[in-house]
Ligand binder design. Structure first.
Ligand code: HAS
Length: 566
């Protein structure tokens, strides 16, 4: 894809190598993560009536699926994309620090992977106690997080130097978005670091016999919801700074992009208790406050819907589109030269449903119907496996091809990947929403029970959810296979030119100059204040509730590993 406004710069070979490894390594790991996604739907639809396949147990596979896809792939991508954006817009990075961050992230991934593969850490990506993992699992995840912090700290001096040298210029929009992502990440990872370092690691090492489950869960969700905006923000960077250009037009409003990024810094964190509406020890007042903030954090995504539609309309009209709705026909849906369009557009389409169901989840009373049901995986596949996943794999392919100076192989197949994925995800989610609303549980090996006609627990009404998930999941696996074929044939194909760092840069249509969104400081102060307000009373309530500490469990038996002595 060569676009008029695609800009390229020559970069140092060390940084090029680093970005390439940080992109290729987690993409290769995705093969494992996606294979276990397919296995999930086969177990849950009742195509498999067993606890394990090929020596890997159901919960072990589910842990691999979540950790590889949602934690490792996303964090590596965000760091690699961050390096690309910072180097492209601001300047040189310190390579020693960059390699240190990379080494910690790889060491952490290997430790966590070894712990999961050994069968000692089937605790899923949320690692809720009292399920207990091997200490290597927690230490591994900590190293991944610390490595990503170091990458962010590496960018800060470059940013401050750039600001000093360009006092009258607005910070490039993509940089604002990447910084917003890593500010949200930093805020989010502090509570989970406290949970892991002070609660879970000592407990898993046997230094303390029990763990405070409600407090651990609250600290986890203090991290767990901003985490989803850490995933979403790099996608929004691509939507705001690249999609308008690949559509053939301009970004409708630069201000809207800046406000979206700042707004997400402000409201991403004080919302975690919307994952705990059904839990004891937290008063309904504070659950309601978090529900209210959750509705506020959805506002920038509503705004994004309009800004993206307006930007695409500008592009379509530029390409000859006419009429109230007729311009939709002029977008480059299957244009192999503008193939990134499909990866972005399909994500937006999927996100309409992912967003609407998020609002349903946020509505305190409605959530009690869908909480912990198969509705939830349908929602989060239409968010993280929709716009986030598609934009990440599209940008991975784009950057790898450009950095290595290669042409995309099998361009026709490539252009269809996002559409096949979208078809799969819609079928995957449809049935799960329906049966989720009637109570089909999530995170359950249904092949042993509810989806097994031999079992007394067999639940015929839920077959439709399992069937649609297995058909949709298989289509998603086919789309992933198509992507891997394109990706690896491109990766191992011949270079046709000198590799460089290239990004698509959209011009703004309205380039407003609003001071309120040009500094991070007031938004950071606001975020800190909201956090104190939203979390001090619930944490105090949880500590006052005096729940007894819980001993450790594993998913395969209902009794503790070491029952407390009476
Ligand atoms: Fe969520 C649970 C609420 C967004 C991910 N969420 C989860 C979990 C995950 C997740 C992984 O309030 C499960 C965690 C677990 O394992 O338990 N979520 C929301 C709300 C939003 C939201 C209000 N979620 C996300 C995003 C995620 C994500 C983004 C990942 C990246 N979510 C919840 C709640 C729960 C929850 C509760 C807990 C429930 C429970 O009981 O456990 C909002 O931010 C959504 C706002 C989005 C919109 C959509 C805007 C639409 C756009 C597309 C425009 C399209 C165009 C194209 C222009 C308002 C931008 C047009 C084309 C045409 C052809 C028409």
């Amino acid at each position: 894809m060569e676009l008029p406004n695609e800009q390229k710069i020559e970069i140092e070979s060390g940084l090029k190598r680093l970005i390439l490894i940080e992109l290729v390594l987690p993409t290769a790991l995705l093969i494992l993560g996606i294979y276990h996604g397919l296995m999930q739907v086969l177990y849950r639809a009742g195509h498999i009536h067993a606890r394990k396949v090929l020596g890997l147990e159901y919960y072990q596979g589910l842990t691999l699926h979540g950790v590889v896809n949602a934690i490792v792939f996303t964090t590596f991508f965000a760091v690699a994309f961050g390096y690309a954006v910072i180097r492209f817009y601001l300047g040189h990075v310190n390579m020693k620090v960059a390699w240190l961050s990379f080494t910690l992230m790889v060491a952490g991934t290997l430790l966590a992977a070894a712990a999961i593969l050994s069968g000692t850490s089937s605790v899923l990506y949320t690692f809720y106690p009292p399920l207990r993992a091997h200490p290597a699992f927690y230490i591994g995840l900590t190293l991944v997080v610390v490595g990503s912090w170091i990458a962010f700290f590496n960018w800060l001096p470059i940013y401050f130097t750039w600001k000093r040298e360009h006092p009258d210029e607005k910070t490039p929009l993509a940089v604002v978005g990447i910084f917003a992502a890593f500010i949200v990440w930093l805020i989010a990872t502090i509570p989970v670091a406290i949970e892991i370092i002070f609660m879970l690691i000592p407990w898993s090492l046997g230094w303390v016999p029990t763990v405070n489950v409600p407090l651990a869960r609250m600290l986890f969700w203090f991290f767990g919801h901003p985490l989803v905006y850490f995933w979403l923000l790099p996608t929004y960077v691509m939507y705001y700074t690249m999609l308008p250009k690949v559509s053939g037009g301009k970004l409708f409003s630069d201000f809207a992009g800046r406000l979206t990024f700042m707004w997400l810094i402000l409201y991403s964190a004080p919302v975690g208790i919307h994952h705990q509406f059904t839990e004891p020890g937290i008063s309904s007042t504070w659950k309601f406050v978090h529900a209210f903030f959750t509705l506020l954090v959805a506002v920038p995504s509503f705004a994004t819907a309009f800004v993206m539609a307006a930007s695409m309309e500008l592009g379509a009209r530029e390409r000859g589109g006419r009429g109230l709705l007729g311009w939709w026909k002029q977008l480059p849906y299957t244009d192999t030269k503008r193939w990134l369009f499909g990866y972005f557009f399909c994500g937006l389409v999927i996100f309409i449903l992912g967003g609407v169901t998020g609002i349903i989840n946020a509505s305190y009373n409605l959530d009690t119907v869908v909480h912990n049901t198969s509705w939830m995986p349908a929602h989060f596949h239409q968010t993280v496996a929709g716009p986030v996943f598609l934009s990440y794999i599209g940008m991975t392919l784009f950057l790898v091809a450009k950095l290595m100076g290669k042409e995309i192989k099998l361009p026709r197949m490539n252009v269809w990947v996002p559409y096949v994925w979208t078809l799969g995800i819609m079928i995957f989610s449809a049935g799960q929403y329906v049966t989720g609303a009637t109570g089909e549980p999530r995170r359950t090996n249904m092949g042993l029970t509810y989806a097994n006609p031999e079992s007394p627990l067999y639940h015929a009404d839920w077959r439709i959810g399992g069937m649609s998930a297995s058909v949709g999941g298989t289509i998603m696996a086919i789309a992933a296979l198509m992507f891997f074929i394109v990706f690896f044939t491109t990766l191992f194909g011949k270079s046709t030119k000198r590799g460089s760092l290239e990004l698509v840069v959209s011009e703004p249509y309205h380039d407003e100059n609003v001071r309120a969104v040009q500094s991070f400081t007031p938004w950071l102060v606001g975020a800190a204040l909201l956090l104190v307000i939203a979390y001090t009373p619930p944490i105090a309530q949880t500590l006052r509730s005096n729940f007894p500490g819980a001993p450790a469990y594993t998913p395969d038996r209902p009794t503790p590993i070491n029952p407390p002595k009476r």
